[in-house]
Design a binder for this molecule. Structure first.
Ligand code: PMV
Length: 333
């Protein structure tokens, strides 16, 4: 028997960093997916094959008639530890130890703040549990995905595996989640090609907060209010134009507040301004900042904005919101 499962990437639409201080955040699944194929093998071992995972920093060098490819094996190895823990957890749940081969292909760049680790964990849990005939709901798979993150990285809010397993829009505050109605957002994600360390950036904001609470606290509160306003807009039946225009303005405000916290970089801001000049209604960092990704809201202007991102030195990804989270793509008996 062979099972193919897939799980989507996520972006934080509003509220990164302020969410660490108990404010709400809104995240969404996007249509970039990690695919995991699981099948039984005869040698009784767990085997993991990473066929095509997008790790940053691929270098190609030439000498005489030789071509050398180098990639960041540290990042690739990190991905595999999520897969291993995911398989272990499913086997523990079933009480069965079997030889399983898992192969991974992914459209989600690793280390870009798009939730690639959570997606690979969720897709692995989905594929292996189906293979072992263990019935799990997507909410249960989200919980196991959160457990995998805790085992591998020590701390996690659980927002990434939940969005990846459940799909759509998620409003999050202090560990509780609420699914919001899905609004089709014409977005473009821009990847700077480098990655920031979430841990270091969270520490940097904490330091400013401790040193100047009277200045940082109002910024975090404003961010919380931006999220509440965005939630109202998503829940309300505004006509499309007003909704996009207002959401775009809120994105720009949220970006300015993140910049004030010191988590933007020149390359992130270059992509943000290039997108706005190319006609995006809003553009902001998504995730921790310090590198990684930004996203734009660009109704009717997605290809212009994608070109502007490319010219400004980024990698554009024209994508849409994914209503579906974990998906079983194929089962071969
Ligand atoms: O690194 P990312 O893209 O998953 O984003 C982290 C979001 C933060 O709010 C900065 C940290 C957190 O734990 O919520």
């Amino acid at each position: 028997m062979r099972v193919l499962a897939s799980a989507p990437a996520k972006i934080i639409l509003f509220g990164e960093h302020s969410v660490v201080y108990g404010k709400p955040a809104i995240a969404a699944a996007i249509d970039l997916r990690t695919y995991v194929r699981a099948e039984f093998n005869k040698n009784g071992r767990i085997r993991i094959e990473a066929k095509d995972i997008r790790t940053p920093g691929l270098t190609v060098s030439f000498s005489e008639d030789q071509i050398y490819f180098e990639t960041d094996y540290g990042k690739a190895a990190e991905v595999l530890s999520y897969v291993r823990e995911a398989i272990n957890l499913v086997m523990e749940e079933t009480g069965k130890q079997k030889g399983v081969t898992v192969s991974i292909t992914s459209q989600i760049p690793v280390g870009a703040g798009l939730g690639s680790s959570a997606a690979v964990a969720v897709a692995t849990i989905g594929a292996v549990s189906k293979l072992l005939d263990l019935e799990l709901s997507n909410a249960e798979i989200a919980k196991l995905g959160h457990k995998v993150e805790l085992l591998v990285q020590g701390a996690s809010s659980g927002i990434d595996p939940t969005v990846s397993a459940v799909g759509g829009f998620l409003y999050y505050q202090n560990g509780s989640f609420e699914s919001l109605p899905v609004v089709e957002l014409p977005i473009v994600v821009g990847y700077t090609g480098s990655s920031g360390s979430t841990k270091e950036l969270v520490t940097k904001v904490r330091k400013s907060f401790n040193e100047m609470p009277e200045i940082i606290d109002p910024i975090l509160s404003s961010m919380g209010k931006v999220v509440e306003k965005a939630r109202e807009i998503i829940l309300a039946e505004y006509n499309k134009e007003i909704k996009f225009e207002l959401l775009g303005r809120l994105m720009n405000i949220n970006h300015g507040l993140l910049d004030a916290l010191g988590v933007s970089t020149k390359s992130l801001s270059d992509l943000v301004y290039a997108s706005r000049e190319a006609g995006a209604l809003g553009a902001k960092i998504t995730g921790a900042g310090g590198g990684g990704c930004m996203y734009t809201l660009a109704p009717g202007k997605q290809s212009e904005v994608a070109t502007a991102i490319k010219i400004a030195g980024g990698m554009p990804m024209v994508t849409k919101i994914s209503r579906e989270g974990l998906r079983i793509e194929d089962i071969v008996q």
